[in-house]
Ligand binder design. Structure first.
Ligand SMILES: [Zn+2]
Length: 412
């Protein structure tokens, strides 16, 4: 309305537009996105196992075991088919915008003797160069002499409210190709469910001794399990096969390439990050990247803190994996509560939660450390998040000391 009402706006520009047709087109487009076909959206039920909840948290010898709960219609697009569609859909005109080889971007000024390395795109980052080099150094598939390239996957995940009133929300997962400039658009890949449907509560109540309402800890645990069950659908066997052996796709330059998908980034705010890496919210070790304890967070930014981020980095390895397997056995086979002392004893020192992490289950075997894919989320953590709150607090402190200091700061 602001655009249309602007005095500069020329009405003749939109005079002949058939608004009814535009409306119809938008509606059709939306439908088209969800068509079930080879390259489009598909849906599948997702199953999670819901444990039996004994009374008072004491494991019982009851025969009641875990039962499967099925969430219908998880809508998604297969990662491999999206990659296929993306590459084979490029034409000679836009083919050069897709960077198959990384490079360094350097900036040289008269004042500097040495050129400065500029990092702004994924395909100019050392991590891309490393992954590319590692791939070139690895033995090719038997009998394959095709050019090998990395497909850099970048995910982004946030909530989208569907209505102005009420709680209807979608949790779209967006996929962006790091081989293309960040100025190109990203597209939704699937709609992850953060919350279980209302009917889940009845199901979980039936799984609880004495028909009591499910505990908040159980509800949280099941939501986490559902999130990772959906990721397991995305990280399917085709994707794993492509990761290990590549997929051959004919490019717009009429040359067959062997493409290897790699996950580089996953952007989300803190509550989603802890969901992705399966740790407690602000637990003993609150950081999704490292094991620095909460009481040392005040050292943030000091030299020692910077070193400790490396020395105490979280890694996915067999030990982590077997710890989770051990607690899952306690929960699903021996009926221990998800937050029982026995479970916490195994997980507490690293603030893990007893969730079967999809990235660990699917990608540990190919040496992927999922902790490293999380990035600072510019919007949530800087622009509207913690940093903004901190800045406002600092300004208030300044004002409380002396009004003139704010003027002084503005002048600076
Ligand atoms: Zn950290």
């Amino acid at each position: 309305m602001n655009i249309l009402g602007d005095p500069e706006f020329k009405l003749e520009d939109i005079h002949d537009v058939n608004w009814g047709q535009v409306n119809d087109l938008l509606a059709t487009d939306k439908e088209g996105e969800w068509v079930d076909n080879d390259t489009g959206w598909v849906h599948t039920p997702v199953t999670i196992s819901v444990l039996y909840q004994p009374c008072c948290g004491v494991p019982s010898n009851s025969q009641a075991g875990p039962r499967n709960y099925v969430v219908d219609n998880f809508y998604y697009r297969s990662l491999v088919s999206v990659i296929h569609e993306k590459i084979s859909g490029m034409n000679a005109a836009n083919h050069h915008l897709f960077h198959m080889e990384p490079y360094e971007m350097l900036w040289q000024t008269e004042n500097h003797q040495q050129p400065v390395c500029v990092q702004g795109e994924l395909y100019t980052l050392p991590s891309f160069v490393d992954a590319y080099q590692k791939l070139q150094d690895s033995p090719p598939e038997p009998g394959c002499n095709l050019l090998r390239a990395i497909i850099a996957l970048m995910f982004w995940f946030d909530v989208t409210p569907l209505t102005s009133f009420g709680n209807a929300k979608l949790w779209p997962l967006y996929l962006f190709f790091g081989n293309k400039s960040k100025y190109r658009r990203c597209k939704p890949l699937c709609h992850l469910c953060e919350h279980l449907p209302d009917s889940f509560k009845d199901f979980a109540t039936a799984q609880t001794a004495g028909g009591k309402a499910p505990s908040p800890a159980l509800m949280t645990h099941c939501s986490r399990e559902l999130f990772h069950a959906q990721w397991k659908v995305l990280l399917d066997d085709n994707f794993l096969q492509a990761w290990k052996h590549g997929i051959m796709i004919l490019c717009a330059d009429d040359i067959n390439h062997q493409f290897y998908p790699r996950i580089f980034t996953y952007s989300a705010d803190y509550p989603k990050k802890i969901l992705i890496v399966s740790i407690h919210n602000l637990g003993k070790c609150p950081c999704p990247h490292c094991l620095i304890p909460l009481n040392c967070v005040c050292n943030l930014g000091m030299a020692r803190d910077m070193t400790q981020r490396d020395t105490m980095a979280r890694v996915d390895n067999v030990q982590r994996h077997s710890r989770i397997e051990a607690v899952q056995r306690l929960i699903y086979e021996k009926n221990f509560m998800v937050n029982s002392a026995a479970v916490e004893k195994i997980l507490r020192d690293t603030s893990l939660v007893p969730t079967a992490n999809a990235f660990s289950n699917r990608l540990l075997s190919v040496g992927f450390n999922f902790h490293s894919m999380l990035l600072p989320d510019l919007m949530h953590e800087v622009e509207i998040g913690g940093w903004k709150a901190l800045l406002i607090h600092l300004l208030r402190m300044l004002q409380s000391v002396n009004d003139q200091l704010l003027v002084e700061l503005d002048r600076g």
